[in-house]
Ligand binder design. Structure first.
Ligand code: APR
Length: 241
């Protein structure tokens, strides 16, 4: 289909939704690809409040391993391209990520929402504080604010829990002129429904993904390829447009 994203106004408001696919080229496993299992578990079986209640050791181990993995990976060209877009684009750019890694921050994105939480954040169920967390958490973690031991959980939005900052996200999508979805299968709501809101308000909707997502029909344009290649090219076209 003809590339028309560059016809957007130069001060257009842009919302970018990202998923695991943008971090795949950094070596971070996606959820529903061939490597979509973790130690034989379906992610849906470990990323739930029920799993945490019944087997906190297993769930902490799952997140401790993914948090440790962050130290071994780095942002890729797709992350850096989005940071460049934010800093060089005349209009607003908001990155809404489903990812819990810190690769957007490390590449320079500042206008960023982690709607599914973040691996480098902890949450104390005793005092409800949230705080930076690096290294293993495990069951005996102590809350840095109230000192309670054993009530700290990963600050991750699990299946069945409400994603973070949905009002801010909905407001930004309703006000955007260009909605770009990168590296997500469109399998999980409410993230997967954002393109329908964008379409409803008349935004131009573009999908950049390795394979067509479950929501491809809602996009005006779909470009297939690896994010590390097609996202920088897309950003170059927008900035040169
Ligand atoms: N470049 C671009 N896209 C890629 C690449 C790549 N190198 N590799 C994989 N993809 C695409 C796949 O085609 C797929 O559509 O990224 C998408 C990854 O889909 P999922 O693994 O389902 O990840 P995501 O869409 O982010 O999952 C959403 O589900 O498990 C929950 O909370 C978790 O945030 C996650 C949510």
């Amino acid at each position: 289909m003809e590339m028309i994203a560059t016809n957007v106004r130069k001060d257009a408001a842009i919302v970018v939704l990202t998923g695991a696919g943008i971090s795949a080229d950094s070596g971070v496993a996606t959820f529903r690809g061939p490597d979509g299992l973790w130690e034989g578990h379906r992610v849906e079986d470990v990323a739930t409040p029920e799993a945490f209640a019944s087997d906190p050791v297993l769930v902490h181990h799952f997140y401790d391993q993914r948090r440790a993995r962050l130290l071994e990976v780095a942002p890729n060209a797709a992350h850096f391209a989005l940071a460049r877009l934010e800093h060089q684009w005349a209009g607003s750019v908001l990155v809404v990520t489903q990812n819990v890694d810190d690769l957007h921050e490390r590449s320079g994105s500042a206008a960023l929402v982690h709607m599914h939480g973040a691996l480098n954040s902890g949450w104390c169920l005793a005092c409800n504080a949230r705080f930076a967390w690096s290294g293993a958490m495990g069951e005996g973690a102590r809350c840095p604010r109230c000192g309670t031991v054993g009530k700290v959980r990963p600050d991750i939005v699990w299946f069945g829990e409400m994603p973070y900052e949905m009002e801010r996200i909905d407001e930004a999508v309703r006000a955007c002129d260009l909605f770009v979805s990168i590296g997500t299968s469109g399998a999980v709501y409410p993230a997967a429904g954002l393109v329908q809101t964008a379409r409803y308000v008349g935004a131009h909707c573009v999908e950049l993904n390795l394979d067509p997502s479950q929501g491809s029909i809602f996009f005006h344009e779909t470009r297939l390829g690896r994010a590390a290649e097609i996202v920088p090219a897309f950003v170059d076209e927008l900035l040169a447009g």
